[in-house]
Design a protein around this ligand. Structure first.
Ligand code: ADE
Length: 418
């Protein structure tokens, strides 16, 4: 079996951590047990470009239990957990191509290794696998039944591909499932982003001036958790609705040029490029901490930061100190890559449980319905979304009410008024 990982000797540690995570993934476990019996993915080549974490590893085990020939590469050069990659290879015979800190050339070589195996189903977090097929390996497209996409940024890329009429196979927007973005993006990113910032810096949140750029589901989650720890939270937005929502959620909303002057910590989660630029670095206080938790490392203009600096040194793991020519120091976390995965372990397993249940069931859906699907971006079927929510509640031991016949009828009727 071919693979490329950092160190096979790390496998023991990775295996134990995967088992720990699995305890918090009961929905995925139920799906895995059913997959073991039914083998819905029997003989299917499934290529996954995801963050190589304990939670992803458990998804790989579920897909393999379903009969898939699964391979995994990283969806970000800095998010790989090397012990997990080692365990997947050594303990579970799953080929992995991922090394934490790999350079961009290796990152794309690893993607190509997966593509060489001619995938029938793709699973992406950020759309790099699908984008590589569309840009460089178009010959493979005819063999792809369909794919799924985990994150907002990836879905945006896919919708743009679809709009231009160039999408070559069906895709499922897992991110857009309610059981994904309402929980993973909000509570997962909310907690893991703060976790990454704290592991990297060990700063005190209470009383800190904490600026969140972007008030989508991820930004909402981070703002909520930062406030919960006593930070004074400010929001920067470009969308009037979201700006208004942030105001009525009780945050101070202001332009980034003003926020840059007061921030102790400033975090980007917009999915767009050039959010914090040279003009903003110049305004920052001495000691300001900058981090990104959006998918790509384009939100902070690092080349501009380098240009404004006379010196740079790594002062702690995942913290680069930039000495600006104006005499101030600015700290960049995790090289501007997603701080929750670069400096911490990503979202907790119990929230990834739902996201990856959606992924596993979407792969099964693609396999089952391939002949009916067109070259479109599809939502996760409502039945899957509802089933994942139902199972999650069940595994949490929480019961909810059911509508009476009278209530159902009332909701369906237009005649009954005052
Ligand atoms: N994205 C964010 N957190 C993650 C995790 N723990 N595993 C995989 N992908 C993630």
């Amino acid at each position: 079996m071919k693979y490329d990982i950092k160190d096979a000797k790390l496998a023991n540690k990775g295996k134990l951590r995967m088992e720990w995570a699995m305890e918090y993934m009961p929905v995925l476990k139920m799906i895995m047990n059913r997959f073991k019996k039914e083998k819905p993915l029997k003989g299917t080549r499934v290529a996954c470009c995801l963050h190589v974490t304990t939670e992803t590893a458990n998804l790989m085990l579920a897909l393999k239990a379903g009969g898939a020939n699964v391979t995994l590469c990283a969806s970000n050069p800095l998010s790989t957990q090397d012990d997990v990659a080692a365990s997947l290879v050594k303990d579970y015979n799953i080929p992995v191509y991922a090394i934490k800190g790999e350079n961009e050339k290796t990152y794309y070589q690893h993607i190509n290794k997966l593509l060489d195996l001619k995938p029938q189903i793709t699973m992406d977090d950020g759309a790099d696998l699908v984008s590589a097929i569309h840009m460089k390996r178009r010959d493979l497209a005819a063999g792809v039944l369909g794919g799924s996409e985990e994150t907002t940024t990836g879905v945006i890329r896919l919708r743009s591909l679809e709009k231009s009429g160039k999408l070559l196979f069906p895709m499922i927007a897992v991110n857009d499932a309610d059981t994904k973005h309402l929980f993973d993006n909000r509570y997962g990113t909310g907690q893991s982003t703060i976790d990454g910032i704290l592991r990297a810096t060990n700063i005190l949140m209470a009383g800190s001036k904490f600026v969140v750029c972007g008030y989508g589901w991820c930004g909402r989650g981070v703002a909520m958790r930062a406030r919960g720890m006593g930070a004074i939270v400010y929001i920067c937005e470009t969308d009037p609705l979201r700006g208004l929502e942030a105001v009525m959620d009780g945050y101070e909303v202001l332009p980034i040029k003003e926020a840059a002057k007061i921030a102790d910590v400033i975090v980007t989660l917009t999915g767009d490029t050039g959010v914090i630029r040279g003009e903003h670095f110049k305004l920052m206080k001495n000691g300001a901490i900058i981090a990104n938790s959006g998918h790509f490392n384009v939100e902070i203009d690092i080349p501009a930061l380098e240009q404004l600096s006379s010196k740079k040194r790594r002062i702690r793991e995942f913290v680069d100190e930039y000495a600006l020519k104006n005499g101030k120091k600015i700290y960049l976390l995790g090289e501007g890559r997603l701080v929750n995965l670069a400096a911490a372990e990503g979202h907790p397993a119990s929230v990834m449980d739902m996201s990856f249940a959606d992924q596993a069931l979407s792969a099964e859906f693609v396999k089952k319905n391939a002949s009916d699907l067109r070259k479109k971006v599809y939502d996760v079927p409502k039945e899957i979304d509802k089933e994942v929510a139902r199972l999650k509640l069940k595994t949490m031991g929480i019961r909810i009410d059911t509508l009476t016949e009278e209530q159902k009828k009332y909701l369906e009727s237009w005649e009954i008024g005052t």
